[in-house]
Design a protein around this ligand. Structure first.
Ligand code: HAX
Length: 423
């Protein structure tokens, strides 16, 4: 049977050879240059990172190992995890093997719950989630084996073990944070017979008589899995991991970046914005009322959450996938209707204002309205869902980077004086 480990063991020597050849043949060729504007502009567009798990095309959005996202929205999060790591979709046996491993490791150490229970009641769910991951650092197999003298060639194997164990626990931790933080009653144990996404829905304890929440969680956890290597959370996680800090340190660090309102926290901000609209108008406003509301927000110097993107220049396919899910599963929900109306109203307004380079919705514009409809109304929790999924991309990139022997990240910074003299 071609397990995840076997598949990677077979592929990694070829990947190493390919990169070695590339460096020998083209090592000094130029692939990018940096302008002063880019140095002061968040390095936007500078091609100085390699990421093989996925790429983001301005016109198509997320492409996972060569597959446009909208072609694979039917697959399970576990399948996308395998795809990110290996470049292939698992066959039935390999999928079962990965699911078994995730089920085997989904129990969370008791001390994690003690720490979470002891945190202040008003802690943000992201603070709790990231703390839980960091608290588990002592479990790291990579850390232990490194101390025992692990050979560099085998780093990826220990990182993979950490990756699977960590990813296995995240739905349990996420659901635990939800139940502790929002006083939902005792935690719910994982059901080892359920798949990774459905198990998360089960542990949340939200009523799901028709299984639609389970379907939504599978989709949600699949869609948010990765977004190439340069976004704040991936870049932060990979930089930390490049110092050979183990995945517990690195994922926690990356997710602290996802907790920013311009990044993953935008899904919380976005639903807040939509509810504000609903409450302001006492229901669904007309397009003209909405247009004025959007202008008023822009004129008060605030961004429209869920719109714009650093790389994309099209409606985000993850947004499209959520809208499709909503159309199939929600009828006449005012919050979802406002989200759909915003899609008609916001892009022309942003175009007219002329500042945002991308006037289209991103992933965060629609997801919250679905979660809200299906009973998860505590929107400060939404970025935790994003995190559970995005950790798969982070750890996949870490496995590959260690397999390829990527060195510690260390770009050069310069002073403003240096730029004045040299640019
Ligand atoms: N509303 C109002 N103004 C916006 C805007 C929006 N949605 N998006 C961009 N702009 C503005 C920027 O603030 C910037 O203004 P200044 O020149 O006054 O600073 C100008 O347009 C140019 O920005 P840009 O080059 O188009 O966008 P950036 O690459 O700098 O930033 C952001 C990309 C996603 C951060 C930005 O579009 C934004 O703030 N959007 C709203 C928040 C959001 O939805 N974030 C989630 C993004 C997806 C994600 O990472 N999820 O995790």
């Amino acid at each position: 049977m071609a397990t995840l480990y076997d598949t990677l063991s077979a592929k990694i020597p070829d990947w190493r050879y390919e990169v070695k050849q590339l460096l020998e043949e083209k090592g000094d060729n130029i692939i990018s240059q940096v302008t002063v504007k880019q140095a002061y502009g968040g390095m936007r567009g500078v091609k100085a990172l390699v990421c093989d798990t996925s790429s983001v095309s301005p016109e198509t959005g997320l492409i996972i190992r060569g597959r446009p996202l909208l072609d694979i929205t039917n697959i399970l999060p576990e399948e996308v995890f395998y795809l990110l790591l290996t470049g292939d979709l698992p066959n039935e046996e390999a999928l079962k093997d990965l699911q078994d491993q995730l089920a085997e490791h989904n129990d969370v150490p008791g001390y994690v719950w003690d720490v979470l229970e002891a945190m202040p009641e008003d802690s943000h769910p992201m603070t709790m989630f990231d703390t839980a991951i960091l608290t588990m650092e002592r479990e790291s197999i990579f850390h232990r084996r490194y101390d025992e003298g692990l050979h560099k060639q085998d780093f990826w194997k220990a990182i993979l073990e950490d990756a699977i164990r960590l990813v296995a626990k995240l739905p349990n931790i996420g659901a635990g944070v939800y139940r502790i933080r929002f006083k939902k009653g005792p935690r719910i144990e994982p059901d080892k017979s359920l798949d990774w996404g459905a198990n998360f829905a089960h542990m949340l304890g939200i009523e799901d008589p028709n299984g639609i929440l389970k379907k939504l969680m599978r989709l949600y956890l699949m869609l948010h899995c990765d977004h190439e290597g340069g976004n704040v959370s991936a870049f932060s996680a990979l930089t930390v991991a490049s110092a050979l800090s183990d995945p517990y340190y690195a994922v926690s660090a990356g997710l602290n970046g996802l907790a920013g309102p311009l990044h993953g926290l935008a899904n919380q901000e976005c639903l807040k914005f939509v509810l504000e609209i609903r409450d302001h108008f006492g229901g669904v406003p007309s397009n003209e009322e909405l247009r004025q509301f959007v202008w008023d927000r822009l004129n008060s110097g605030r961004v429209i959450p869920g719109y714009g993107h650093a790389v994309l220049r099209c409606p985000d396919p993850r947004f499209t996938a959520f809208i499709e899910f909503g159309k199939q599963n929600i009828h006449d929900d005012p919050v979802f209707t406002i989200v759909q109306k915003l899609f008609d109203v916001v892009p022309p307004v942003l175009k007219e204002q002329g500042k945002a380079k991308n006037p289209w919705p991103n992933v965060d514009a629609a997801s919250g309205s679905l979660l809200y409809h299906f009973g998860m109304t505590e929107f400060s929790f939404y970025t935790v869902l994003f995190s559970i999924s995005r950790a798969m991309g982070m750890v996949s990139q870490m496995v590959i980077n260690r397999a390829l022997g990527m060195p510690i990240t260390r770009p050069k910074s310069v002073t403003t004086d240096w730029i004045k003299k040299n640019a």
